[in-house]
Write a protein that binds this ligand. Structure first.
Ligand code: B12
Ligand code: SF4
Ligand code: SF4
Length: 268
C-alpha cells in the first residue's frame, strides 16, 4: 500500500466506523479523497480570487508539501428529505451538525496519525472559520478540493465530485510529501459545460442568484439572510442554521451530471 492509499484507508475507515461508536443518525457514503500539491501556483491565485488574507498552505504549516482533501457524501434519504418546503428538513439539519462534528474529529485523528510519524499537520475546523461580516474564510476547503482535482464548481458554488455535491468536506495541510492527484479540464456543471440546466438557480428560496447573459452572480448576503435571519430550529443536538435547497433535487446532487448526459443521448 502506498502513502496515498494509506491515507484514503484511514479516512474511509474513520467515516464507516463513526456510526458504530457514536450516537448519530446521519449516514454517509464512501468519501472522495484527493491530494493537492501545497506549492501549486493556484494557491497564490486565491489571494486575488478570494481575498489577500486567504492563506497559502505554508502560512499555516511551514514547509507544507501536501493538502489532503476529503468530501463525505450524505446518504440519499437525507437529501430527498430536504427537497420540499422552504425551511431545511430536520434530517438535513442533523446531517449538518453531525457531519461538522465528525469532520472535526476526523481532522484531529489525521493530525495525530501524521504527527506521530514525525511530520507536521494542520487541525482546522470544517466550518465557522470565516469573517462574519465579509462571509469569507481565510482557508477555503473547497478551493483545495478543486486544486486536488476531486471536483469542479457548479454555478451554485458547490464543489461537484464524482459522487455529486450533497455532502461536506474538509482538508488537512501537512509537510508529508504525498502524490498529488490530477485535475481534469472538463467542466462537470451542465450550465458551465453545455449552457443548459440552471436548476440550482431556480431552486434557491431567497433569490441569491442572478443570471446576467451567461454569467451567474451570487449574493452571499441574501443566502446568509435565509440561513441566519429566518427560522432557526433549536434541535436537541444544536441549532439548524442551514438551507441547502440549491443542492437538492438537481442533476449534480449525487453524481457528476456529465455522466447522465453521456448515458442518454436525449440529455436530461
Ligand atoms: C462562509 C461560508 C458560507 C457563507 C458564504 C457562502 C459563499 N458561497 O461564499 C454562507 C453562510 C452564506 C454559507 C452558505 C452555505 N454554505 Co457555506 N461555507 C462557508 C465557509 C466557512 C467559507 C467559504 C468562503 O470562504 N467563501 C468565499 C468564497 C470566495 O470561497 P469558496 O466559496 O470557498 O470557494 C469559491 C472560490 O474558490 C471560487 N473560485 C472562483 N474561481 C476559482 C478559481 C480557482 C482556481 C479556484 C481554486 C477557486 C475559484 O469558487 C468557489 C465557489 O464559489 C465554508 C467552509 C470553508 N472554510 O471552506 C463553508 C462551505 C463552503 N459551505 C458549505 C455549504 C454546504 C453551505 C450551504 C449549502 C449551507 C448548508 N449547509 O445548508 C450554503 C450554500 C451557499 C451557496 N450556494 O454558496 C460547504 C460546501 C460543500 C460543497 N459541496 O461545496 C462548505 C465547504 C462547508 C463544508 N465544510 O463542507 N456558507
Ligand atoms: S444544477 Fe445544473 S446548472 Fe446547477 S450546478 Fe448542477 S449541473 Fe450546474
Ligand atoms: S443555501 Fe438556500 S438561500 Fe443559499 S443559495 Fe442555496 S437555496 Fe439559496
Amino acid at each position: 500500500m502506498n502513502d496515498n492509499e494509506l491515507v484514503k484507508n484511514w479516512i474511509d475507515n474513520f467515516v464507516s466506523d463513526y456510526g458504530k461508536t457514536h450516537n448519530v443518525e446521519t449516514k454517509w457514503k464512501e468519501p472522495v479523497v484527493g491530494v493537492a500539491d501545497a506549492s501549486d501556483s493556484l494557491y497564490k491565485e486565491l489571494k486575488t480570487i478570494i481575498s489577500p488574507m486567504h492563506a497559502l498552505p505554508s502560512e499555516i504549516v511551514p514547509g507544507a508539501k501536501s493538502v489532503i482533501v476529503f468530501f463525505v457524501p450524505f446518504a440519499e434519504s437525507i437529501v430527498k428529505s430536504n427537497i420540499p418546503e422552504e425551511e431545511s428538513s430536520r434530517e438535513w439539519d442533523y446531517a449538518y451538525i453531525e457531519t461538522n462534528q465528525m469532520l472535526a474529529e476526523l481532522n484531529t485523528y489525521l493530525y495525530e496519525k501524521i504527527t506521530v510519524m514525525g511530520y507536521h499537520a494542520s487541525n482546522l475546523p470544517p466550518t465557522y472559520n470565516y469573517d462574519k461580516e465579509k462571509l469569507i474564510s481565510d482557508w477555503s476547503h473547497r478551493s483545495s478540493a478543486y486544486i486536488a482535482g476531486i471536483g469542479k464548481f457548479g454555478i451554485n458554488n458547490m464543489l461537484i465530485t464524482e459522487r455529486g455535491c450533497c455532502g461536506r468536506l474538509s482538508s488537512v495541510i501537512t509537510d508529508w510529501k504525498l502524490q498529488p492527484t490530477s485535475r481534469t479540464d472538463e467542466e462537470y456543471c451542465l450550465y458551465k459545460g453545455n449552457g443548459i440546466c440552471g436548476k440550482c438557480v431556480s431552486r434557491c428560496v431567497n433569490n441569491a442568484f442572478t443570471i446576467s447573459e451567461r454569467d451567474v452572480l451570487f449574493d452571499r448576503y441574501k443566502c446568509n439572510e435565509q440561513i441566519y435571519e429566518k427560522i432557526i430550529p433549536q434541535w436537541p443536538i444544536g441549532p439548524g442554521d442551514t438551507c441547502g435547497k440549491c443542492m437538492c433535487d438537481i442533476p449534480c446532487s449525487f453524481t457528476n451530471p456529465r455522466f447522465l448526459i453521456k448515458k442518454s443521448s436525449k440529455g436530461i
